[in-house]
Design a protein around this ligand. Structure first.
Ligand SMILES: Cc1cc2nc3c(=O)[nH]c(=O)nc-3n(C[C@H](O)[C@H](O)[C@H](O)COP(=O)(O)OP(=O)(O)OC[C@H]3O[C@@H](n4cnc5c(N)ncnc54)[C@H](O)[C@@H]3O)c2cc1C
Ligand SMILES: *[C@@H]1O[C@H](CO)[C@@H](O)[C@H](O)[C@H]1NC(C)=O
Ligand SMILES: *[C@@H]1O[C@H](CO)[C@@H](O)[C@H](O)[C@H]1NC(C)=O
Ligand SMILES: *[C@@H]1O[C@H](CO)[C@@H](O)[C@H](O)[C@H]1NC(C)=O
Ligand SMILES: *[C@@H]1O[C@H](CO)[C@@H](O)[C@H](O)[C@H]1NC(C)=O
Ligand SMILES: *[C@@H]1O[C@H](CO)[C@@H](O)[C@H](O)[C@H]1NC(C)=O
Length: 593
């Protein structure tokens, strides 16, 4: 009885929260900016390093002996020389460290971290040539602003301002388009200056200057996972600043598989948010317009705004309670409400920087492509924060982000629909995090870039604070992950995902050997390599961590019941649509066998 009361109370509360609080309680002038991911016990030595979520996939904490904050290329050169001389393992860390996998960890405990925090200047904007040269630690926000000041624009970028140019290139980050050169920022790189180890007679470190004729080096350096050296500067090819006009259109998802390629060809900045349990897909109809079309629209995406910590905690508590009581209906009600509220309030877009009146939103590229107002703000002692800030009780999630070649996208979508039809409520949890974001990506000449044109599926879902606690509909999302990776050979985003997404990943890259040749030339002592990069690059070992409960966190694919949570009724079984999948399923609950 008490439980029941509690559940309906939280349900009611959550209803209110999702509907109103997120929108009303968002504080636009105050917040706590994210903290430095590096913490040292004495000055700049004896340090720990984590990511912006405060948790790697395996939940370990990484250590390093020292962190250095170079402010010039010269200081950067000295830092790499010192590491080379001393044969110290090195990793580059950025201002916020947004990647989920353990890319930032040097091996052992006596490695060196080189931070790009103070390498954030704009070196040159060449308006006639339409290029910009920046230091690698500049944030996407600042880069977009600097380009716009000169009347120029990057046509496609990730949607979140907080990434650095060095980090987003390192992991192949992208926006969404099927047009022209495609949506990956690395395909607009025309110059790179990279500091690598060197021979003693060269001073132990040197700057290599690459342009678009420097092959094969450039195709390796454009997406490098940080293993080639430290990128000091980057030159990007830009376009004249332009305006866009966008609107969202919600449709039934029954023909999504058939529509997806056509839609990508029709609209330059197309993307799709898919809500499988609601049988709904929201299409972003978004194209360039002449600059005399009036409009001064601004994107301030609600999910990237400073949010009151109290609201974040309540939302999280309510999701935790729905998980612990297996309250799928509660999740579905909230998911519907979240989606319709976001849709009717324009997701945080405004027509003029102040209010959302309605679609279309017309505005300049630099105001529409990306956002992240929770980044810049005063310190307020965590009264507000970015929703995933680990210092407050808030969002904590897994992210499965995999791109599927265009020729397979239709079949993948149909498989997801089959899973949905077997378990109609299974995707409500994903819909609480804005559904499955589908974005277009194109084949790249970068060795570790996309191998073919495709669609990137970005799936965010609940992660328990306790690694041994299974999730509601655990099995369905695990099956989807394995369908994407193994049935359709999907490529995981290098900066997101759980370990199993990288199981055998390097075999999917035709020119991986060419990448490793450049690696050998730039860093023969393998100072920039780590256990993680050796595993994903197929040099040594494998990303799976087999232990009790490992499948719950995506550290392994289950092969025994103990990899799931048999004491909680979750056992290892084949998939329902994809029989080769092995997933943790709760027999009594989901499958009435
Ligand atoms: C809220 C949010 C939204 C996101 N949105 C998108 C999106 O829309 N599209 C998308 O594709 N991705 C997106 N991502 C993922 C993001 O692109 C990647 O996680 C990205 O790599 C993070 O960039 P970062 O600057 O934080 O780099 P980090 O995570 O700190 O670094 C990534 C890698 O690059 C290396 N590196 C960094 N700088 C250098 C350098 N100067 N020289 C050599 N190596 C370097 C690091 O060592 C590391 O190996 C998002 C992430 C978050 C948290
Ligand atoms: C390093 O820091 C840890 C705590 O983070 C501390 O326990 C340890 O004593 C420190 N070691 C040195 C050498 O300072
Ligand atoms: C080289 O490494 C040793 C041992 O790890 C350390 O004591 C020393 O300070 C390092 N020297 C430099 C120049 O970093
Ligand atoms: C560069 O970073 C420093 C330190 O974080 C900051 O104070 C400064 O405003 C930044 N400069 C630019 C141009 O972003
Ligand atoms: C290299 O970039 C320059 C400047 O953008 C461009 O003019 C040239 O055609 C490019 N060359 C190649 C080989 O892509
Ligand atoms: C914009 O300019 C073009 C010519 O440059 C003109 O044909 C068109 O009518 C103008 N549109 C608006 C909305 O003013």
């Amino acid at each position: 009885m008490l439980d029941l009361q509690k559940t309906s109370y939280t349900k009611f509360f959550r209803f209110n929260l999702r509907a109103q609080c997120i929108l009303l309680l968002v504080c636009m002038v105050c917040s706590s900016p994210p903290e430095d991911p590096v913490k040292c016990s004495s000055q700049m030595s004896n340090c720990t390093i984590t990511n912006s979520y405060g948790a790697f996939p395996d939940r370990t904490i990484c250590r390093a002996a020292e962190v250095i904050y170079p402010t010039t290329e010269k200081e950067l050169l000295a830092a790499v020389a010192k590491a080379t001389m001393n044969k110290t393992k090195v990793k580059v860390v950025t201002k916020y460290s947004h990647s989920i996998p353990k890319l930032v960890c040097p091996d052992g405990e006596d490695g060196l971290l080189i931070s790009t925090r103070y390498l954030n200047r704009t070196i040159e904007v060449n308006a006639p040539a339409m290029t910009i040269t920046v230091e690698s630690g500049i944030t996407l926000k600042e880069l977009i602003e600097q380009a716009a000041n000169a009347g120029l624009a990057l046509p496609y970028t990730p949607y979140w301002w907080g990434l650095t140019i060095g980090g987003l290139l390192g992991t192949g980050a992208h926006g969404s388009t099927l047009w022209g050169t495609g949506s990956a920022v690395h395909d607009y790189v025309v110059g790179i200056r990279i500091v690598t180890p060197a021979m003693p007679n060269e001073g132990y470190a040197k700057v290599r200057s690459l342009d678009n004729n420097s092959q094969p080096d450039m195709d390796a350096a454009k997406v490098s996972l940080g293993v080639l050296g430290v990128i000091s500067q980057i030159t990007l090819k830009l376009q004249p600043l332009f305006k866009r006009s966008m609107r969202y259109s919600a449709k039934d998802d029954s023909d999504l598989g058939g529509q997806v390629t056509i839609f990508g060809q029709q609209h330059e900045f197309a993307d799709i948010s898919w809500y499988p349990s609601q049988h709904k897909a929201v299409y972003r109809i978004d194209d360039r317009v002449p600059s005399n079309v009036s409009g001064s629209g601004v994107n301030d995406f609600i999910g990237f705004r400073s949010t009151l910590s109290v609201a974040l905690a309540l939302i999280r508590s309510s999701e935790e309670s729905q998980e612990s009581t297996s309250n799928a209906n509660g999740k579905c009600i909230n998911a519907k409400l979240t989606a319709s509220t976001l849709m009717s309030t324009g997701f945080g877009y405004s027509n003029n920087g102040v209010v959302f009146i309605g679609y279309p939103i017309v505005g300049y590229q630099n105001r529409l492509q990306a956002s992240g107002s929770c980044l810049d703000s005063f310190r307020d002692g965590h009264i507000t924060a970015c929703p995933w800030d680990p210092r407050v009780k808030g969002e904590f999630f897994h992210q499965t982000t995999i791109s599927i070649g265009l020729s397979n996208v239709k079949y993948f979508i149909e498989d997801v629909q089959k899973l949905r039809d077997i378990e109609p409520k299974a995707f409500c949890g994903v819909e609480l995090y804005n559904g499955i974001l589908m974005r277009y990506v194109k084949a790249s000449s970068a060795y570790l870039g996309k191998q073919e044109d495709g669609v990137d599926f970005d799936i965010t879902y609940y992660r328990s604070k306790n690694p041994m606690t299974p999730r509601l509909y655990e099995d369905i999302i695990e099956e989807l992950e394995q369908i994407a990776l193994f049935k359709y050979g999907g490529l995981p985003h290098w900066g997101k995902n759980r370990n199993i997404a990288f199981d055998g990943v390097i075999k999917k890259y035709e020119r991986a050997r060419d990448f490793l040749k450049v690696k050998q030339k730039y860093d023969p002592m393998r100072l920039f390599s780590s256990e993680w990069t050796d595993q994903v690059l197929g040099v040594k070992g494998n990303v799976n961590i087999v232990k009790d409960g490992c499948a719950l966190e995506g550290l392994c694919i289950c092969s025994e019941d103990t990899h799931c949570a048999p004491d909680k009724g979750y056992v290892c079984r084949p998939g329902q649509v994809y029989k080769d999948a092995r997933v943790c399923t709760r027999l009594d609950f989901h499958r009435k066998l």
